[in-house]
Design a protein around this ligand. Structure first.
Ligand SMILES: [Zn+2]
Length: 228
């Protein structure tokens, strides 16, 4: 029974992990490809982001540089857009697209977009959960304490819920990005296909991460029930 649960769980987990690895390599390849394609409007990621923020009256939302590769994000706690060097200074289709995406989160925040609120609400529990769930689950299995396993599974579920709520937040930010890039003419008409490709590839990594967690959770539930 233990073996059965373990095998079935693995069978589901393996394709999800392959999907996640594919999504990760796809986003890197697509990003690097469009990092070499100049934005035909000759705007940097910073200028693109600044123009969208200002057009929406968000003059007080700062744009800062952050270290790392693909480390771009919006911080809702400080209402700050942070862009990596390649995005901040780059004048490529990828730079403008990622800049516009991060600003999409700032627009969501200013508007009180519900999934973003929900995500911020879940963030502390999810962070706590993803830190301790594996420890709890493994201790539970080693010492055969069902309550520990259940607590670990509860934390895992919260972390998965966070990843699921992240999906509409990310998809919506990219929709806003494309809309603004297009209507404000921040990239050329011929650049829009590239913008779409970059943002789609980025969105897929979030779907893949949630799929891996879901399969992992399912596997732990099977193992737990086999242990009972
Ligand atoms: Zn995002």
């Amino acid at each position: 029974m233990f073996i059965y649960g373990s095998n079935l769980g693995f069978l589901l987990l393996i394709p999800m992990i392959i999907f996640a690895m594919y999504a990760q390599s796809k986003v890197t390849r697509t990003f690097n490809k469009y990092l070499r394609v100049p934005n035909s409007r000759n705007l940097s990621g910073y200028e693109t982001a600044r123009k969208i923020l200002d057009a929406h009256g968000l003059y007080d939302v700062p744009i800062e540089k952050v270290g790392g590769h693909l480390s771009d994000h919006y911080d809702p706690r400080t209402r700050t857009v942070r862009l990596s060097e390649a995005v901040y200074s780059g004048r490529s289709v990828a730079s403008s697209s990622v800049g516009a995406h991060e600003v999409g989160h700032a627009l969501q925040h200013a508007e009180g977009y519900v999934p973003l609120k929900l995500r911020s609400l879940l963030a502390p529990a999810a962070q706590f959960g993803s830190k301790y769930m594996i420890f709890l689950i493994f201790m539970g299995f080693i010492f055969n304490i069902l309550q520990l396993i259940d607590l670990g599974i509860l934390f895992f579920s919260l972390a998965l819920l966070f990843q699921i709520v992240t999906l509409p937040v990310e998809f919506n930010a990219s929709l806003r990005a494309i809309d603004n890039l297009h209507h404000m003419a921040l990239v050329g008409q011929e650049d829009l296909a590239g913008s779409n490709a970059v943002l789609k590839a980025a969105a897929m990594t979030y779907v893949a991460a949630a799929a891996v967690s879901a399969a992992q959770l399912f596997r732990f539930i099977l193992l737990r029930n086999a242990r009972r």
